[in-house]
Design a binder for this molecule. Structure first.
Ligand SMILES: Nc1ncnc2c1ncn2[C@@H]1O[C@H](COP(=O)(O)OP(=O)(O)OP(=O)(O)O)[C@@H](O)[C@H]1O
Length: 294
């Protein structure tokens, strides 16, 4: 079952582009990544899903219901963490969280304490006295306190130190194990790689690819580095699928995409001293992909 269904969603800001013809689905129980550089349209898509802004054309459904028509009802089951958090500075953290909880008409006090413990957040402090990272933690607790069925995160980790990021990721994975669906928007590919099963790539307002993280890496090039007993002529590895070929002394390196046996055959008739074959990082894949799209 699809928890999110986006069909041909377009949003323009006057004459400025927001997003163009965006379509993708997020299945129940998935952690779905949404990646793209700054200004690509991630926030616009998420804000449209939350009916904070209205689409110019196209439609979006959450839990099978139209996002605009059923906005208030849908939002009760969504936890949202915006990229920037703003608060009334004079309030105490606990009062702000209790106020947020009052919208859900259920007792969230136990969950608030649990989440504050996990995220190491002092509930008695005034918002005014918190660092940027601690304000971000308030946003996290605020987004999760009502145990939503769907969590939407817009660049969630900015301002969190690595230890807190890890705790936050563990928390999200735990929620996901309990059945919560997660839409995870980010331009930090390593965190998308860590967290998500599938990913939609957005560029200049348009979706350019939707893939499983594993396929994204497998269907792409591998980094080869080969050390040999004597210098190899550059032409020797000049075969289909090889790029970025570099010969330095007795070592050859290149990127390869294709049937790996072609390379193994070549290697079987030369004297190899050492061999490294590496999976590219998602960053490499992504950059490569973007260049191809240029
Ligand atoms: N209120 C607005 N008025 C005019 N243009 C806007 C507005 N909000 C967003 N845009 C434009 O829409 C496009 C998409 O922006 P959006 O904030 O959705 O991107 P993003 O992928 O979330 O980027 P970032 O990671 O920088 O937040 C950009 O070109 C941006 O300039």
């Amino acid at each position: 079952m699809n928890i999110i269904e986006i069909k041909n969603l377009t949003k323009t800001y006057g004459t400025a582009r927001g997003i163009t013809d965006v379509s993708f689905n997020v299945e129940e129980g998935e952690i779905f990544g949404f990646i793209g550089p700054n200004g690509a349209g991630k926030s616009t898509t998420i804000r449209t899903l939350l009916s904070l802004i209205y689409p110019t054309s196209g439609s979006a459904k959450i839990f099978g219901k139209d996002c605009i028509e059923f906005g208030p009802e849908i939002k009760k089951e969504i936890g949202y963490l915006p990229s920037e958090v703003f608060y009334y500075d004079n309030m105490k953290v606990i009062d702000l969280l209790k106020y947020s909880a009052s919208f859900y008409k259920k007792d969230c006090s136990k969950r608030i304490k649990e989440l504050a413990d996990i995220m190491d957040l002092d509930l008695k402090k005034k918002i005014n006295d918190l660092s940027y990272g601690n304000k971000k933690k308030v946003g996290i607790v605020q987004g999760l306190l009502h145990e939503p069925k769907l969590i939407m995160l817009d660049e969630p980790t900015s301002g969190l130190d690595p230890l807190m990021q890890q705790k936050f990721f563990d928390l999200l994975k735990e929620e996901n194990r309990k059945g919560t669906t997660i839409l995870f928007s980010s331009h930090v590919l390593s965190e998308v790689q860590k967290m998500c099963e599938r990913v939609a790539i957005i560029k200049e307002g348009k979706i350019i690819n939707i893939e499983r993280i594993s396929d994204l890496k497998e269907n792409n090039f591998k980094n080869f580095e080969i050390e040999t007993t004597s210098k190899i002529d550059k032409e020797y590895f000049n075969i289909n699928g090889v790029t970025n070929l570099l010969v330095k002394g007795n070592s050859v390196s290149f990127l390869f995409k294709g049937n790996i046996n072609l390379i193994l055959q070549k290697l079987s008739v030369i004297e190899v001293v050492n061999l490294w074959i590496e999976e590219p990082s998602l960053e490499d894949v992504f950059m490569h992909y973007y260049e191809r799209e240029e």
